[in-house]
Design a protein around this ligand. Structure first.
Ligand code: ADP
Ligand code: MG
Length: 330
């Protein structure tokens, strides 16, 4: 990384948010690398939006500080931070054209009409909406409205774009298409995106770095593949999905469901009783119970399962390699 890139990083230093007596964000520290795509992932109520709104300046910081490019922005107004936020509901002005919606913040900043219209037109080209600049918001589809909201956020040329559940209002098909567009846009612009989501699939698909939050704290942060493959806590293992949490004699471990295999009874590491079989197309999901009444899920490629199928009620041997176990902290 160049010295310049490092200087443009966003840092949270012991950032805390209290609403009255309630602690929504508890002294979190994080370093968001410049020009990276980060997903803040966690269940509803864990403090994701509060964190994002504090970065944007739409919510005050109760304690701690936020630094962008080494500058303390904690107490600056939103427009002077170098950040911009795209909201969950796009909040477009219904009586303004697409172009005027995008140009609106520039108008408020006192920029003359020809200049702001030109900038707005450039932003609309960027999101492939150049042809629709004279329409009103209600003449656009959900996906198009979202792109207007994106253009509106980007017109201020932020170093960091903040997105709060930007895809949640879209149908599943459009959601997958739009997330690819977000990722492409982030790469083209070379700025940082911080994207809040409660969907682990969305986070894995998009993020260079995943920051998992739980109960006002950052539970784990790292490259998407690392967080998925090596969850540090039972919460992260369960929330990311695709894992089993096993209580073994020497501790608690996570192991991917597709790293487990089945063999004949007595031939594996432990015997297990099959409790359910689900065909899932490319894979078959086999639920089984092991000692201590623990349920495990084994994900097997479909061909492997049907070469030697098992049935509920049968005893099988559960097979794994220790290298696939990840020790969990309390
Ligand atoms: P998330 O975005 O992860 O769902 P939020 O940051 O919105 O979580 O909320 C974190 C916690 O703070 C929740 O318990 C929520 O009820 C509370 N909270 C959020 N906003 C406010 C507010 N304006 N006043 C009081 N409590 C709030
Ligand atoms: Mg939220």
């Amino acid at each position: 990384m160049t010295a310049n890139a490092t200087k443009q990083d966003l840092e949270l230093v012991s950032v805390t948010k209290r609403y009255g007596d309630a602690l929504a964000v508890d002294a979190i520290n994080h370093h968001f690398k410049h020009a990276s795509y980060t997903c803040l992932l966690g269940p509803s109520g864990c403090g994701k939006s509060s964190t994002l709104r504090m970065i944007a300046g739409h919510e005050s910081v109760s304690d701690g500080s936020i630094l962008l490019a080494g500058r303390d922005i904690s107490h600056l107004p939103p427009a002077r931070r170098g950040t911009a936020m795209m909201f969950q509901s796009y909040a477009l002005f219904p009586h303004l054209t697409v172009l005027d919606n995008v140009a609106f913040s520039q108008k408020m900043a006192g920029i003359d009409a020809p200049t702001r219209r030109k900038k707005a037109a450039e932003m609309l080209e960027l999101v492939d909406l150049g042809a629709l600049s004279d329409r009103l918001p209600d003449q656009l589809s959900g996906g198009q409205q979202q792109r207007v909201a994106l253009a509106r956020a980007l017109i201020t040329r932020p170093q960091v774009l903040l997105l709060d559940e930007p895809l949640s209002a879209l149908d599943p098909f459009l959601r997958i298409r739009m997330r690819a567009e977000l990722k492409k846009l982030q790469r083209e612009l070379g700025i940082s995106f911080i994207h809040v989501t409660h969907g682990q699939d969305e986070a894995l698909a998009l993020a260079d770095e995943v920051v998992v939050m739980n109960n006002a704290l950052i539970e784990q942060a790292g490259p998407a593949r690392e967080v998925f493959n090596a969850p540090k806590t039972a919460f992260v293992a369960r929330f990311m999905g695709g894992h089993n949490v096993l209580a073994l004699p020497d501790g608690h471990f996570a192991i991917r469901a597709d790293a487990l295999d089945l063999g004949a009874a007595g031939q594996g590491r432990q015997d297990a009783t099959v409790t359910g079989i689900e065909y899932q197309g490319t894979h078959v999901s086999i639920a089984a119970k092991i000692a201590g009444d623990q349920e495990v899920i084994v994900m097997m490629p479909d061909a492997r399962f049907f070469d030697n199928p098992t049935n509920p009620g049968e005893t099988v041997g559960l097979i794994w390699e220790d290298t696939h176990l990840h020790r969990l902290t309390a």
